[in-house]
Design a protein around this ligand. Structure first.
Ligand code: IVH
Length: 668
């Protein structure tokens, strides 16, 4: 029995570790995870005969990603003992007092930032390496991505900084940047990040530093390690790090009694909601470095520190009704409308129920008392139902079968969780959604037409579909839509400028199902012009990177619909860009059918330019080496792991000069 439970817990914890650190998609809350870990720790302590050095209790979760080079940590990156109880924090203070044999000591209280940890190594006051926590002993080298974070100094100027040192901290995505990123992802029909922590971890592991830079990560530092540190205590060392150019917590406090610790907890439990970045608790550290040394470490964490975690905020309220809302792409989303309840400082009236599967798994009934939670997420969610408070004759909530807006029977595409209204051209929210999307900032960028004006233009009959936008005149906007001269001028300017927007963005603006921003770019570059896009068959489409049969099917369906064909012809006549801009590369078929992986940095052209060159000569780019790879185009600093893999698979590794001579025209 016990053995079985221990095995189950280990297996489950390993699986959740993987979901959290590798996939950035946790399935359970931190509290649930910690509870399981505590149960396993207790069982292993009680039954030492079942202990195992490889148990998750002896390891910190791994975030190692196969695509990055790895480095050993100079000092292992341990985690912190954590608790949800103030009493256990007090017990920690008592343990320190005993451990220090009555010596006076102070505790530094600080915020526990909820991001992903990073270790930076400086040599000769220059940043030489940034490494993720990994499995605690070795992690991924992510220096190029870290250098996109503007608040991290690459070179230290301060006189009092040691030549070499290590500093550890947390990479974060501030709330504002997180919300912006998720809005973008919603538009592109990409899965949303559950919270800023997953978004930060996911971003740090991206292979393209330019995209990382766009997302605007930030970092706060909380631990300095080295031989010649400026002070003998943590607090002053952090102040020194601040002078050297690092962001450190602005809210550190030196506490000299248990009462002071408790009131620090009470203060931040209230105030943390107003911070610009996500925090999930507080950290208490013995301040004096000699005393830290005295207290030492266990196998997993320092004895001189503890993390106090804030409980996730949860409220119980009554479900009034479930409404079903249709979006631009026809997806029907269930929304729980609630009796207003106060949660993390805001009144919550609505919460997402995501899809039919979630409704079924919650087994939610009409008028149920439901638990609403707002963890790191912006949109509150229903996490459970108190069935003991259920009214006797309550019926289960059922997902609608017909579109709540136009009454059409809903369909559920095979293998998907969402129900969709198939009446694309007759369903109001879909029509208006497509107009709004078309004029959006990252599409045709027609300034002046927002949500409200899209609706007005549609209601007045001026704009039935996106092509009608190009028939608008200043007179129509003022007389029929009742817009003022300033707004009218802005819209007319926007329409004019949109004629120069590149083809890639036109493709994105069309609202082809499943074609988000990234796919639109690849698609446009793959087909090169609208005529090819309109006639390409499945085989031609799936030959393009990232386009599988599902997307190809959606493109074919869109491009064979008469209404869409008429709209595209009118957009073409209105003067929109219908082909990709010339790259200036004279193409050939020299690389036809060849798959090439680019690695490292180059002297003659940028990596992106090499990608274009490969495509112009009929080749295909790929991000990872496999049996299908024909060549690896290797620059400076190609990773040893990639080289090893290519060698193992017998794939030729060529340098840039060899590559350029392969595609050059002077056949020798
Ligand atoms: S101190 C040896 N201080 O929490 C002590 N950690 O659960 C090193 N964290 O891995 C950690 N804010 O990623 C420390 N003010 C803070 C922190 C902090 C966030 C993270 C860190 C660590 C994890 C432990």
């Amino acid at each position: 029995m016990t053995r079985q439970r221990i095995d189950d817990l280990r297996r489950e914890l390993n699986r959740h570790n993987y979901n959290y650190y590798v996939n950035n998609a946790p399935e359970i809350s931190d509290i649930e995870f910690d509870m399981m870990m505590k149960e396993l720790e207790a069982l292993e302590k009680e039954y030492p005969e079942f202990d195992d050095p490889l148990s998750p209790t002896h390891r910190v979760g791994s975030d190692i990603n196969k695509g990055f080079e790895q480095a050993m940590h100079i000092h292992p990156m341990l985690s912190l003992a954590n608790t949800y109880s103030v009493k256990e924090v007090d017990e920690f203070v008592s343990r320190c007092r005993e451990g220090l044999m009555g010596e006076k000591f102070r505790i530094c209280g600080e915020l526990k930032y909820d991001g992903t940890s990073i270790s930076l190594i400086y040599e000769n006051r220059r940043l030489v390496r940034a490494v993720t926590r990994g499995d605690g002993e070795k992690g991924d080298i992510v220096t190029a991505n870290i250098l996109t974070i503007r608040s991290i100094p690459a070179v230290i100027q301060a006189e009092d900084a040691p030549d070499s040192f290590e500093i550890r901290g947390e990479v974060l995505l501030p709330w504002k940047a997180f919300e912006r990123l998720n809005e973008e992802r919603a538009y592109n029909e990409e899965p949303l990040f559950a919270n800023p922590r997953n978004a930060a971890a996911g971003t740090l592991k991206m292979q393209n530093p330019a995209e990382v830079a766009r997302r605007e990560l930030d970092a706060v530092f909380y631990y300095l390690i080295g031989d010649n540190l400026p002070a003998g205590n943590h607090y002053e060392n952090m102040q020194a790090a601040k002078r050297w150019g690092f962001k450190v917590s602005e809210h550190m406090a030196l506490l000299d009694s248990m009462e002071a610790v408790d009131s620090f907890i009470n203060h931040w439990d209230r105030e943390r909601k107003d911070l610009p970045v996500a925090t999930d608790g507080l950290v208490f550290k013995v301040n004096d470095l000699k005393q830290q040394l005295n207290l030492g470490f266990t196998a997993k964490s320092p004895r001189w520190a503890i993390a106090y975690k804030f409980p996730a905020e949860r409220a119980l309220t009554r479900l009034r009704f479930v409404s079903f809302e249709v979006g631009r792409t026809g997806v029907v989303t269930p929304v729980a409308n609630l009796e207003p309840v106060l949660l993390s400082g805001t009144i919550v009236k609505r919460a997402s129920l995501h899809n039919a599967d979630i409704i079924a798994s919650l087994d939610i009934h009409e008028s149920d008392m439901v638990y609403v939670e707002k963890g790191g997420e912006i949109i509150p969610k229903i996490t459970g139902v108190d069935t003991s408070l259920r009214e006797q004759d309550a019926c289960p909530v059922e997902f609608v079968k017909y579109c709540p807006s136009c009454g059409t029977k809903l369909v559920r595409p095979e293998g998907e969780a969402s129900w969709i209204c198939p009446n694309k051209y007759g369903c109001q929210p879909q029509i208006i959604g497509r107009i709004e999307h078309f004029v959006g900032r990252r599409m045709m960028n027609i300034d002046g037409i927002g949500e409200e004006i899209s609706q007005t233009l549609h209601d007045t009959g001026l704009v039935e579909n996106i092509a009608d936008i190009y028939d608008l005149t200043a007179e129509k906007l003022m007389d029929k839509a009742g817009l003022g001269p300033k707004t009218t001028a802005r819209i007319m300017d926007g329409i004019e400028s949109s004629r120069h927007i590149p083809f890639e963005r036109v493709v994105f603006a069309l609202s082809i199902p499943y074609v988000g921003e990234t796919v639109a770019k690849k698609l446009a570059r793959g087909v090169k012009d609208i005529d090819t896009l309109m006639t390409a068959d499945e085989e031609q489409l799936t030959a393009i990177d990232e386009i599988g049969s599902r997307i190809a099917g959606a493109i074919r369906e869109y491009m064979t619909n008469e209404k869409n064909i008429a709209i595209i012809e009118r957009l073409r006549a209105a003067g929109l860009q219908m082909e990709v801009e010339a790259t200036g590369i004279e193409g050939s078929e020299k690389l036809k059918g060849k798959t090439i992986v680019i690695s490292g940095t180059f002297a003659h052209n940028s990596r992106d330019r090499y990608k274009e060159i490969i495509e112009a000569h009929g080749g295909k780019n790929s991000g990872s080496i496999s049996k299908k790879t024909d060549y690896v185009l290797a620059g400076e600093n190609m990773g040893p792991a990639k080289l090893e893999k290519a060698t193992k698979l017998g794939i030729p590794v060529i340098d840039e000069d060899t590559f350029l001579s392969m595609i050059s025209n002077d056949d020798k």
